[in-house]
Design a protein around this ligand. Structure first.
Ligand code: COA
Length: 173
């Protein structure tokens, strides 16, 4: 079951989100430490939950939360949008501002490979008022970039940073 949480409910679910985050991003090949999961729930999530257009979707299997995805309306003046504008002004002119910023997608290790990530992706984007969306993800052959390409995202910038690429998608309304 996948539900959409408003900002208050998302912050109230911080413990579950931290556990999912740590399982997904703490895995070998990602190797993020527990402190990064703390920073995610204590700083990143509250900052993003306060932004216009914030939407978070959470999947449960029984009582267990197994995955989440979220984003918000991206605007210039936000740290990430400004990084894109610095790296690629011509892409930013077309894509940045009023877009949906797809920030995180994470599924606990035990539940991966069963379509939970694909479903979270679809529910997050369904019904958005935005006409375009942006995300950045790892370069290389990994589950996340494979999933995004399968879903129709286009690579806008293959090396936004040395280890991440920028993807865009036109959204039908
Ligand atoms: C990326 C991520 C969210 C994908 O979640 P997931 O639930 O495993 O995603 P899916 O199950 O929809 O797809 C994963 C794979 O399982 C396959 N799959 C899905 N359902 C399946 C089924 N019923 N039977 C067999 N295979 C299946 C998909 O085809 C896909 O295969 P591929 O990796 O070879 O392309 C997950 O791997 C993750 O949390 N990774 C770490 C964090 C991360 O990278 N997040 C994105 C950062 S931007």
């Amino acid at each position: 079951m996948t539900e959409t949480l408003d900002p208050a409910a998302a912050l109230a679910a911080a413990g579950e989100l931290r556990r999912i985050y740590l399982s997904a991003f703490g895995a070998p090949g990602y190797d993020e430490p527990p402190e990064r999961a703390d920073q995610f729930v204590e700083e990143q999530l509250p900052t993003h939950a306060a932004r216009e257009g914030f939407k978070l979707v959470l999947t449960r299997s029984g009582a267990e939360a197994t995955g989440f995805a979220y984003g918000y309306t991206g605007e210039r003046g936000q740290w990430w949008s400004d990084r894109i504008a610095e790296a690629a002004p011509e892409i930013a002119d077309e894509w940045v501002g009023g877009h949906f910023e797809f920030v995180e997608l994470a599924v606990v290790a035990e539940a991966q490979g069963r379509g939970v990530g694909a479903s979270l992706h679809d529910v997050l984007l369904a019904g958005l008022p935005h006409t375009k969306a942006l995300l950045s993800t790892y370069v290389g052959d990994r589950p996340a970039p494979r999933l995004y390409r399968r879903k129709g995202w286009q690579v806008l910038l293959p090396n936004l940073t040395p280890d991440s690429a920028l993807y865009g998608m036109q959204l039908s309304r």
